[in-house]
Design a protein around this ligand. Structure first.
Ligand SMILES: [Zn+2]
Length: 186
């Protein structure tokens, strides 16, 4: 299990989808979840960087979990997801300021994601206030984008949720380039 977290954390970091101490990862294990430690660096995950706590119940180590624990819990309580990747991909976040949804124009993005909703009215919306809406949208979509903040991607496997995050960033990079060339992708 540690190796899954390490390989996905390292991939997110080396691709610039998270920086330094940003982002968090979790997987569901029955009534529990394993999530990255508060303030951990995803590019360099060690065994002590993983915290196992309840999806509904706290335990002794709950305070050590990522500060976005409540969003991960809300997603597991309300969807069939078994893995969650939260990242801060820069092109996706940049487009979140101007778009209300991302519609990929490249084939991979279209096949994998179809479309990605952008939520949060402004960049200062508190993430915890959006937990219910994030979980509700993740019934229907594989990834959601929180305005001015980042992405939440779900799947049965951490590796797959990472793939969706990476595909969204690739689509957003292309959309950004087309915009700067003065072209409309549709
Ligand atoms: Zn974040």
């Amino acid at each position: 299990m540690l190796t899954q977290f390490q390989s996905v954390g390292r991939a997110l970091f080396t691709q610039g989808l998270v920086f330094s101490h940003g982002g968090n990862l979790s997987i569901k294990l029955g009534e529990h979840l394993v999530i990255t430690h508060r303030g951990s660096t995803l590019g360099f995950i060690q065994e002590g960087d993983l915290v196992e706590t309840g999806i509904s119940k706290n335990n002794r180590v709950t305070p050590l979990a990522s500060k976005e624990l409540e969003i991960h819990r809300c997603i597991y309580r309300n969807t069939s997801a078994s893995a969650v990747v939260h990242a801060h991909p820069p092109y996706a976040v940049a487009l979140s300021f101007t778009e209300s949804e991302i519609v990929p124009c490249d084939l991979e993005g279209q096949v994998l994601l179809s479309r990605v909703p952008v939520l949060g009215r402004d960049a200062v919306a508190r993430l915890d206030d959006l937990a219910g809406e994030i979980a509700r949208l993740l019934h229907e979509y594989r990834v959601v984008l929180v305005r001015g903040h980042g992405t939440f991607a779900v799947s049965q496997l951490l590796e797959e949720a990472y793939y969706y995050t990476s595909a969204l960033e690739q689509s957003c990079r292309l959309l950004y380039l087309l915009k700067t060339m003065g072209m409309t992708p549709r």
